[in-house]
Write a protein that binds this ligand. Sequence first.
Ligand code: FAD
Length: 274
Amino acid sequence: MKPVPFSHNIADTLQLASKALNTDGSKIIAGGQSIGPMLNLRLVRPTTLIGVTRLEELQKIHIIGDTLSIGAAVTHARIEDGIDGVDLPPMMRHVARSIAYRAVRNKGTLGGSLAHADPAADWVTTMTALDAQLVIRDARGKSRREPMASFMRGAYRTGLQQDECITAVEMPVAMGQALWGYDKICRKVGEFADAIGAIVIHPDLKYARVVVGATEDAPLLLPDMAREIARTATAPSLGDIDSTLATYLPGASRVKRQLLKTALSRAIAKVIPS
Ligand SMILES: Cc1cc2nc3c(=O)[nH]c(=O)nc-3n(C[C@H](O)[C@H](O)[C@H](O)COP(=O)(O)OP(=O)(O)OC[C@H]3O[C@@H](n4cnc5c(N)ncnc54)[C@H](O)[C@@H]3O)c2cc1C
């Protein structure tokens, strides 16, 4: 199928991009890796697409005080390569490498992936685990911040309003020193995940987060398990993981639960080897 007719504007300034978003039927296009297929399937029917990848503000990776800020239009490939002279958390570089294949990583952006909010995507789970906040700007130029942990409301649903654009993703610089484990189960290398397990622990910050992703919904935080792992420095048994998942995901099939249990136990084992 072909998309419905639309106009395509490349925004010169963030202000113009934000203003253009105020019009009903307008939508951002970043790398086009997710919206492209949706256009062809007519799952989205915008009147105008606003290209944002040339905007300088959305391309920057920098540190301000103790905050690492990554522009929304930074590609997976730039994160994978780590070529910006700023140390990114090793977890991010590891995750970037496992997204699709290089042609997709060259185009696909961090902000596009978070805004698209595919439950099986890697960044939604990773950014939840790393305590990221999204910087979001509206058509009037007002900025707000929303934690990734609450930004994704469900499959393909987020807290973004029609006139809002993600400009950057922020996290504490200290996340670069955190202990982390990430495991993605997929049928073939480079495919979307069937299950994701992620753990981030930073003893100095007293930060511990355990997340499972690709649940067919927003990433699932397991705060009790995270607290217990941080308190005891002991990995939960497979039985404990299974019963926790059964409690949080009562509708999940046995196969899904087995995949999630396996991914999470492997991720935890990277932080707490048996
Ligand atoms: C073959 C293939 C395999 C893939 N495999 C994986 C995988 O293994 N893991 C994975 O995580 N992903 C995977 N992806 C998805 C890929 O990572 C995309 O890059 C990503 O989901 C979308 O990013 P994009 O920049 O292309 O966004 P686009 O497709 O341009 O936009 C996606 C959506 O986000 C909105 N949007 C974009 N930027 C912003 C912004 N700054 N503010 C507000 N809204 C915005 C758009 O309006 C649109 O609704 C795959 C894609 C393909 C084509």
